[in-house]
Design a protein around this ligand. Structure first.
Ligand SMILES: [Zn+2]
Length: 317
């Protein structure tokens, strides 16, 4: 059981107390990375390592040297860890998250690129590997979301009003008598069985009651072991928000979030990572403490593979 004030800071004042310098940040991340104590990444030895003054750890058995941040999203960063942790705090304490411009301003970062890349590295830590598939009663549908291409902004220019649309598959657990459970989102190229069936199989536990519209893309769900409920809309007199309120509501929350928090300035090729962030926030929306989200994000960040700036930017389409 994680405790506020012991496992993560209770508030911003305590954050400032705990993370006064780089050494304090390093030791916090070390605890998250090796909760049972240091384990040598090469030989697996678990004895207390030798420590150098520069924060390097050396295995007593095989002499392998590493750092707490090597092999994590913080690998080779030139940004102070204190700034990283403050970014994680800000990102998780804002109910709807933060745009790259907003983070740059609040942390006084030197460049938009730094801010943008930090947020993208954190987004890569927002998908928990091996998470449990959706169960119970699940609605599945697709929706188009519109975006403005922000690559001009990255290049230092003003945001152009260049819009594009992407199709997003949505699955949401419907609770009785009302309310939502967890969600899954995925960008798909077209609304065909080829993409939607794998989405359902990855997102939803077999045996679950799956509610879709009459689309042929979902015709083999029963054969796949799902209890398939279809709502066929006839012309304009069967609006989707009546028969499938869950996915309809989710789609509008997602669009509002992309337009509001991110001013729609999401590059289509980066959309997957924004969907991960939206899912991370939505599935933890009832968390009793924002500090717990801070903890979860950093916990995942220290087990998430590093990604270079070039690779993040290369996703630009
Ligand atoms: Zn070793």
């Amino acid at each position: 059981m994680l405790v506020s004030g012991r496992d993560y800071p209770r508030d911003w004042n305590q954050f400032l107390d705990w993370f006064a310098d780089e050494a304090a940040c390093l030791s916090y991340l070390e605890q998250l990375r090796w909760p049972e104590g240091f384990v040598c990444p090469r030989c697996g030895d678990a004895s207390e390592p030798y420590r150098s003054s520069r924060g390097r750890l050396m295995c007593r058995v095989c002499r392998y040297q590493c750092t707490v941040t090597a092999g994590t999203v913080f690998d080779k960063t030139r940004t102070p860890l204190r700034t990283w942790l403050a970014a994680a705090w800000y990102l998780t304490n804002q109910k709807y998250g933060v745009s790259a411009l907003g983070l740059q301003r609040v942390l006084g970062l030197g460049s938009y690129q730094t801010s943008w890349a930090m947020l993208h590295r954190f987004r890569r830590a927002m998908v928990r590997p091996g998470r449990e598939p959706l169960t119970g009663k699940v609605e599945v549908d697709e929706s188009y979301v519109g975006m403005r291409d922000s690559s001009k902004l990255l290049a230092g220019a003003r945001l152009k009003n260049h819009t594009s649309r992407s199709l997003v598959a949505i699955a949401v657990e419907m609770q009785q008598p009302k309310g939502f459970g967890r969600i899954r989102l995925r960008r798909v190229p077209v609304d065909s069985e080829r993409y939607l069936l794998p989405f359902v199989r990855d997102a939803v536990e077999p045996g679950t009651r799956v509610h879709t519209d009459g689309s042929a893309a979902y015709r083999s769900l029963s054969e796949q072991g799902y209890v398939h409920q279809r709502s066929v809309h006839l012309g304009s007199d069967g609006p989707a928000h009546v028969s499938m309120p869950g996915v309809h509501r989710l789609a509008s929350l997602l669009k509002r979030w992309l337009l509001g928090t991110h001013q729609g300035a999401v590059q289509p090729a980066q959309l997957d990572y924004y969907l991960d962030e939206f899912t991370f926030r939505f599935n933890r929306r009832t968390s009793r403490s924002r500090g717990l989200l801070f903890y979860r994000l950093l916990e995942q960040a220290v087990v998430t593979q590093p990604v270079t700036y070039q690779r993040i930017v290369a996703r630009r389409a």
